[in-house]
Design a protein around this ligand. Sequence first.
Ligand code: G3I
Length: 361
Amino acid sequence: MTWSRRAILGSGLALAACERDAHSQPAPAAGPIAPLKSLAPFPIGTCAQVSHLDDPAWVQLARTHCSQLTPEWEMKMEYIVQPDGSFRFDRPDRLAGFARANGMRLYGTTLVWYSQKPDAFVNLDESRVSFAKAFDNYIAAVVGRYRGAAGWDVVNEAVAEDGDGWRESLWATKLGAFDHMVRAFDRAHAADPNATLFINDYNLEWLPKKLDTFLRLVERLLDAGAPVSGLGCQTHLAADLPSGAMERTLRQLARFGLPIHVSELDVSLTLSEKPFASARASTEAQARVYAETAQAFLALPRRQQFALTLWGLRDKDSWLRGKNAQDDPALFDDTGRPKATAQAFAQALSGGLYENASGRL
Ligand code: G3I
């Protein structure tokens, strides 16, 4: 996934944000919070890597707060598909086993993604097996192996960032821009008829044209009879997200009556395009965005609240740290202590209105 306009602008400003008053104190850490999975009427998920399973502090945090687990990258083509076309499942099996052993639903991401095209597919000897057959075999093998998973991101990030149509991809080139998506959903449904099958994308809350194109794609897939049974809103946010944006976005996504997955929630401090006056102001804004996201999700009809997944429990677990070491996008700090933003999120989950120092949201 590229951050395009926000990344370019955000990273430039991020340095400015990082140079903000180093002596200003961010919001004080919060006291203990109740288990998030006990506060929410829907599953609270987290992404996970095998390395997390060997970290007792992470394991305790995940067991305490989460009831769903998404392999962060080891259930994707980049890990499973070997150069010779064989599949390896050691790490995804371990992650699936951890979820099962800890009463967590397993959620799989992702089957078809423009940004992953393993050599085995690029260099496929089609005199031996057709591309379509190899595509079908992959989906059947992965979804079939983890049959019983709560759901899958079947198609990930299909919409162009500017909202002008759909992304180019190896899959689109070989199997058709629209037809490859229908095929992926059909194959996934055949492999596990009980799994909820999602189309997932990001910046839907930020780019109205992208959201509109996403919604039109969903409509076209449904009209074509594709077994799309859920919509994923990745929800990689920044602390300067305008108030009301999540509520408006989720309301539009809910129009089809399908389950909604806030699938990859994090709230960057350093990708904000508006520099904050102080560290405390930025962490308060972050808390408001987390709280508003929880409240917007709670406002969905219960049957459409599939799950809300945190993309990194602790700041140091976040992919965003690889973009900016100063970013603190998660609910828990590097030691696993809940931050003030976790307090706000927990308060919102339990139906309370988040009250920051300057009053309500
Ligand atoms: O852990 C290995 C390390 O041992 C090895 O030396 C290194 C170099 O090969 O790779 C490390 O694994 C990397 C892994 O992240 C852990 O850091 C993988 O190469 C890298 O591809 C993987 O990136 C993941 C990325 O998706 C691509 O799969 C990120 O963790 C993950 O957060 C990110 O998640 C995406 C969602 O799937 C879609 N939405 C955007 C989101 C953020 O980009």
